[in-house]
Design a protein around this ligand. Structure first.
Ligand SMILES: [Zn+2]
Length: 658
């Protein structure tokens, strides 16, 4: 609830080199400061801080941002936490926005929930450490599982006595209200008003927020009662939402970002046991199957996830589901399977910590290649279902976001399954289209059994067309977005032919309006959804007569746009001596070239789009048998050829073959 005005004062006072200088040793070089990057290991500095632009960028690992995002990444602060840190550094009093009565009440309610949760954690720890029964039953259980006192303490593990109201009575006596106890779920209140402890007779695992506050509990049963649930978790409350919490993240976050990798395991005990074995970059999704929100939490620290689930049928299915979700979020996915019946916890108990680490290192596999291996074994056993198995692997490859990785997988899998690269890649392309058309269906939905599976799918565009065409389009799109974000407000003399006019005219126009009107009038859009979003933002602003400045893009609420803007503002050549002597954002040379660069890029982009459609059109022409359709296709073909000629002329290019 920091007021907008205070926020602006904080940002105005912030000197990025001073902020980063608190964590990284920086040297001045020209207009910049440089040092060794805190986000990856390096000996020669490639980490640049630009005081004039208020941003940093590492040319080694690509990390970039402003002072606030530096604090968020380096110290793992939330946005408000980073602002508060800066306010303290620059002695700015934070003016809290006046809270409404309702907001105030809500806040004090949340505070009460936090307090009672922390009170409960302490009660469970005391019950275990300071009572005879607690030591025998609770502590005894953890010791039997091979956990040391140190790790028990680190995770705040405890024991809830096997009595109906031990905790509830203790909390009431200490002044906590019945309502608060009920809201956290620590106490269950029956309809007749009778109260009892939710977690009685269980060992307790507190669940922490990223900053280490107790949000809730996950508690394991000790008796062998068959009908009781093995784990009971806190119900969702104002402070606890199971779908965006990861068990162990508080203890694991530093190791995850340092090692740039996160192990994802199934249970709480697996997490604790991995940490005890020295594998501290481990978390578990708590009492729920993995969610998108949880993946985004991991993504704050690393794009690399290794799934370590059970290797029984249920575990393999869960692994597949998790992998698909992770791919969707653009993560890199690996997996480790344990010998049947073992999990990290039991493996460490039987074989020791060192063996566990070694096992993880030796058995980690790229997920797609793991799946390909399994699939090829299945095909050997059951050749009749080959096409079905291949569809399954195509489903997974289709979710990989990185184009280069995707085509790499297609190549490797096609040789493994002895199918042509073309058929596999067109199967993948089809799946991508299907996912696009039915985004809600998601990848976890399995292919319906009645859907015919195509052994040799028809090819619409040759593989070479797909890769080269997509690759080139991406490059043009990226460059256009760069120009739009960095130079949108720049005015250049632009020569163009207005619709229904005979003559070209020259007029001073802003780069933003040139790009937007050109794309609009030729009905073009960006393939890349992020670029399209930038374009839409610029378009909406332009409709109101405004142009979004580079720093506004860099302060966008969407982190992907922020990152894009910052990286385009910090092109590598900008840190050359040339750039340092200028005050502005760009080198004079570049401004000089802007009009011709803009016009070339727009023409090339249009040309590429036309070529793409032409390729697809020709292919359809070959396959079409309906005379009416053929006529339409031929007509479009002629139009496209003419369009191609016109654009090519503008580019003063000679196109052979037409
Ligand atoms: Zn770096």
């Amino acid at each position: 609830m920091i007021s907008q005005e205070t926020k602006q004062r904080i940002l105005d006072a912030t000197q990025i080199e001073e902020v980063i200088g608190d964590f990284v040793s920086l040297r001045k070089r020209g207009g910049n400061h440089i040092g060794c990057c805190p986000f990856h290991n390096e000996k020669t500095p490639s980490f640049y801080v630009s005081p004039s632009k208020g941003i940093f960028k590492c040319f080694g690992c690509g990390e970039s941002g402003d002072a606030v995002s530096f604090l968020m990444k380096h110290e793992h602060y939330t946005y408000p936490e980073a602002l508060r840190w800066l306010a303290q550094k620059y002695n700015i009093t934070i003016e809290e926005e006046q809270l409404s009565e309702e907001q105030q009440q809500r806040r004090s309610e949340r505070d009460a929930l936090f307090h009672v949760s922390e009170f409960a954690e302490q009660f469970f720890v005391d019950s275990m450490m300071n009572t005879e029964l607690g030591q025998a039953v609770g502590l005894g259980y953890y010791h039997k599982r091979g956990l040391s006192d140190e790790i028990i303490k680190r995770f705040g593990l405890g024991y809830s006595p096997d009595e109906w109201r031990a905790f509830t009575d203790h909390a009431l006596k200490n002044g906590y209200s019945k309502e608060v106890l009920e809201k956290t779920g620590l106490t269950i209140v029956k309809e007749d008003g009778k109260m009892y402890d939710r977690f009685r007779g269980r060992v307790t695992f507190p669940i922490y927020s990223i900053s280490g506050r107790v949000l809730g509990f996950s508690c394991r049963i000790l008796s062998s009662e068959k009908q009781a649930a093995k784990y009971v978790n806190s119900p969702d409350s104002d402070i606890y939402n199971k779908s965006n919490i990861l068990y162990g993240l508080f203890q694991a976050k530093n190791a995850i970002s340092r090692l740039n990798k996160c192990y994802l395991v199934e249970g709480n005990l697996d997490v604790v046991s991995m940490h005890q074995s020295g594998v501290e970059n481990t978390v578990a999704s708590c009492g729920t199957s993995l969610t998108i929100e949880q993946i985004r939490l991991i993504k704050r620290y690393t794009p690399n996830v290794t799934i370590v689930y059970d290797s029984d049928a249920a575990g393999i299915k869960a692994t597949q589901r998790a992998a698909n979700l992770l791919f969707q979020e653009g993560m890199r996915v690996r997996c480790v399977l344990f010998p049947d019946g073992d999990d990290p916890d039991s493996y460490a108990q039987h074989n020791g910590s060192a063996a566990l680490q070694q096992y993880l290192d030796e058995h980690e596999e790229n997920y797609i290649l793991y799946k390909a291996r399994i699939t090829s074994e299945q095909i050997k056993r059951d050749p009749i279902r080959k096409s079905e198995f291949i569809q399954d692997i195509a489903d997974s490859i289709a979710l990989v976001q990185n184009l280069i990785e995707r085509s790499e997988y297609i190549q490797q899998c096609s040789s493994l399954f002895n199918v042509s690269e073309q058929s596999l890649s067109s199967l993948v392309a089809k799946t991508i289209n299907r996912n696009r058309q039915h985004p809600t269906a998601g990848p976890q939905n399995e292919t319906p059994a009645d859907q015919p599976v195509v052994e040799q799918p028809k090819v619409h565009i040759a593989q070479s067309d797909i890769t080269t065409a997509q690759g080139t389009c991406e490059a043009f799109e990226r460059h256009l977005v760069d120009l739009l974000m960095r130079f949108g407000g720049e005015v250049v003399n632009w020569t163009y032919r207005p619709p229904d006019q005979e003559e070209d005219i020259t007029k001073p126009l802003s780069v933003a309006s040139i790009i937007i009107s050109t794309l609009h009038s030729s009905g073009l859009s960006f393939e890349n959804p992020l670029y399209q979003e930038v374009y839409t933002l610029a378009l909406d602003a332009l409709k109101q007569g405004k142009i979004i400045s580079p720093s506004q893009f860099a302060a966008s609420e969407n982190p992907d746009i922020r990152e894009l803007a910052i990286s385009s503002m910090m092109q590598p050549y900008e840190v050359s001596d040339l750039w340092q002597s200028t005050k502005g954002i760009y080198v004079p040379d570049e401004i000089h070239r802007l009009p011709s660069d803009l016009s070339d890029t727009l023409h090339h982009f249009r040309l590429k789009k036309v070529e793409l459609e032409l390729a697809e059109n020709s292919q359809r022409l070959k396959e079409e048998s309906d005379p009416g359709q053929i006529l339409l296709l031929v007509k479009r073909h002629t139009e496209l050829i003419n369009l191609k000629k016109v654009i090519a002329q503008k580019l003063r290019m000679v196109i052979s073959g037409i």
